[in-house]
Design a protein around this ligand. Sequence first.
Ligand code: GLY
Length: 559
Amino acid sequence: MSKARSQSTTLLILIFLFIHPFCSCAQEYRNGAVSSAHKLATEAGISVLKNGGNAVDAAVAAGFVLAVVYPQAGNLGGGGFMVIHLNDGTNTSIDYREKAPGASHRNMYLDGEGNVIPGLSTVGQLAAGVPGSVAGMLFALERYGTMSREEILKFAIDIADTGFAVEEKLSQAIESYRSDFNIFEGSREIFGSGVLPGTLLVQKDLANTLRRISDLGKDGFYDGETAELIVEEMKRGNGIITRDDLRAYEPKEREVMKGSYKDYELISMGPPSSGGISLIYLLNILENYDLRSMGYGSAEAVQLMTEAMRRVYADRSEFMGDADFVNVPWDILTSKVYAERRMQDYSPNASSKSSDVMHGEAYYRESDQTTHYSVADGFGNVVSTTTTLNDVFGNRVVVKGAGFLLNNEMDDFSSKPGVPNIYGLVGNEANAIEPGKRMLSSMTPTIVFRKGKPFLVLGSPGGGRIITTVLQTFINITEFGMSLSSAIDSPRFHHQWLPDEIQFEKNYGNEEMRRHLDQMGYIIKDVGEFGKVDAIMIEEDGSVKAHTDRRGYGSAVVF
Ligand code: GLY
């Protein structure tokens, strides 16, 4: 697919309009829309759409802006996945997940006795995988966008240069991690004294890094000055990312994972994310039951969905990893027959136990700092992107002189079989550390189709709870008859096999439902809010709706 640049004569413009396969032959939707975790990212995306850019252009512009205004999860130093549907029927996905550095090895986070050293895979330079976001966003722009790097990056550069007013929630988040920020020189300079709400946060080093990317493309990050600054940062601590690791990083365009649920079809992200497989597997189970008559929040629905989640997450732990390194049986896991077989021991009258499904030990920690954004243009193209540094502010290390945070994505590997990561998720051999391997993700950027046309564009942060958040948003709409906003804002629950407990957001369901499940032997735990869905819905008449989760401070705009 060649890149279409603006044409200089009327004739060329007319030719372009007739032959370009995904840009602007027809106004397929009445509106375009962007839904993201921050109003400035949404505004950048909308501005691109208003200036004739397509959904990929807008998604990339929003992605770079999030790296400036949403440092909790927006990033240059992390990774992500982009699922794209073009109006010529093309479905594709771009994998820009981080990779394990060349000097990594499976026991790198263990002590001499083989025990995991707390904090080593989460805070500090050694926790970082080789970043993928810049390469992935530029790849998407060059292959499927229509605008130049300079046109797209100018939004992020301007905001980094001139500053933005820090929101209360960002200020609080910075405050929570100040002790970590003060360990690292680059982080201390920006966040070490805290940042009060309303402060104009100017990020000159970040603006310069963005300028190098704008001028030089991928080399502006993976080579030259930025690469040198990253390697210097590694040396300041115990980091192992080298110039060669950076130079060798390539994003991968991958086939989407495809599934169906009743009259809907969907595409989502395949390995190295577990998201697409797990979502399709869950839906394959659930379509065999009458969720609609059970109703949202009923004991019957929660019990059924819990038992489905238990089985899917047990298989996630056993089978899933980077399919470039291990054999992931995705075809079996996403087959309708397997889903049916897996529920043969399900009883609506009894709780099963995770220890009977598979053995393991796990603990639980709340953290959901990933971010999702959804874009639709008026031409019929839609983009669903989830990106992350993993934990809040990644490994808390700002690359000194370059102004961006690094990820702590190495924690998404299984440091040791059966030992949980920060999300309480356990893994084994399939997700063991190997040089060049991508760590298993739960990110689930998804596009749902109705009658062959895009209907929903959605995704969420939430670590291991991303998959069940996306699932419930979809089921709330298709089975429980909710509007887009209610489907997103309604309380949720989660089960992930281990720990063997149902995690309820505050206000989920009523006392009677909880008592009923308790009597059946389920362990119930109240947890804080999780997931922040940013989604777009396209009605059959082509009109577009967008909504950002009440749990965040994002912005959804339709124009
Ligand atoms: N770092 C969270 C995920 O990729 O699932």
